[in-house]
Design a protein around this ligand. Structure first.
Ligand code: OXD
Length: 307
């Protein structure tokens, strides 16, 4: 009953070290270690090698190294009875909320304009420097819920969209079926949706046309939500006033992308939040031990929903 960590994109050495120092009793291996694959009951993955799960006949648990599980759900070979878990916690929600608050304040207080003014030595005081912001959060899971509470405490009007009604004081909760109404209430849209087949390409002209003119877009979730040309068009025709994008359909973003030079688009390289190894390892080991004891992990991904 051992753990195998696999990723074709991450350096796994710090993870291995952290697993071993957190619990020396638990056996943890990388794919290239000489380990009999029948021993593996938990696979801890982030962009794992194709075909991995088929090689693990006794697999019981797949754990994501991060918050998202789309990299797992995209694999057609997940065995039917295997449970899937992901990382949750203040180490993810705190930095994610702070990042979004930074992007919202950057837009609200027009820091882009003042940077340009500074470079032109222009002293131009806005008569109304604190624009009224009505923030809509699409996706009110652990991350969206944390952001909603924090924005509300900062005095913003907050609206949330989710599959089930949320009860967060002063935050207006809409169901997915009420999407059009939700979009009509806001002038900043923060996207925190999981990547599933139903959210692919959701940030498109069809959705932008339902927003108030001049709404600002922030996407910190997944690039596959975006139709890049529609974002550019919506900014050109002022349906969107601009966008702050941390994620892209192809990462790293191609040098040819028009996003790099667009004056109304700010981009960051998928760094809104980075999993903290020291928060993740205890969660994964706890789930591994629960599975050995015949229990389900505390955080269980709904395989039908895909998150
Ligand atoms: C995650 C991410 O899902 O970093 O954890 O995007």
């Amino acid at each position: 009953m051992a753990i195998l960590i696999d990723s074709v994109s991450k350096n796994l050495n710090p993870w291995l070290k952290a697993f071993k120092s957190y619990d020396a009793q638990v056996e943890v291996y990388c794919y290239d270690d000489a380990v009999a694959l029948e021993k593996i009951t938990t696979a801890v993955v982030w962009n794992h090698r194709p075909g991995l799960f088929k090689q693990l006949p006794n697999l019981k648990l797949i754990a994501s190294l991060g918050a998202g599980v789309d990299h797992i759900m995209n694999d057609p070979d997940i065995p039917p009875k295997v449970s899937i878990t992901r990382i949750v916690g203040e180490g993810l929600s705190g930095p994610m909320s702070n990042f979004c608050i930074g992007a919202i304040l950057h837009h609200q207080r027009q820091f882009d304009k003042y940077l340009i003014d500074q470079s032109n030595k222009t002293w131009d005081q806005e008569p109304n420097p604190e624009r009224g912001m009505k923030v809509g959060i699409m996706g009110m899971g652990a991350l969206g819920g944390d952001l909603a509470e924090k924005l509300n405490n900062l005095g913003f009007k907050v609206f949330g969209l989710s599959q089930s009604r949320k009860n967060i004081p002063h935050v207006v909760s809409y169901l997915s079926a009420e999407l059009d109404l939700f979009l009509s209430k806001i002038n900043i849209l923060v996207v925190m949706l999981p990547a599933t087949e139903s959210t692919r390409g959701i940030l498109s002209k069809k959705l932008f046309d339902k927003l108030n003119k001049g709404t600002y877009l922030i996407n910190v979730a997944r690039g596959q939500h975006q139709v890049d040309e529609d974002i550019i068009d919506a900014i050109e025709n002022e349906q969107l006033s601009g966008a702050f994008l941390d994620v892209f359909p192809e990462e790293p973003l191609s040098k040819q992308s028009p996003f790099w030079n667009h004056p109304k688009i700010m981009i960051t390289p998928h760094i809104a939040v980075v999993t903290k190894i020291n928060e993740a390892v205890p969660q994964i080991i706890a789930s591994h031990k629960r599975m050995i004891a015949g229990k389900l992990p505390e955080i269980l991904v709904d395989r039908m929903k895909g998150y």
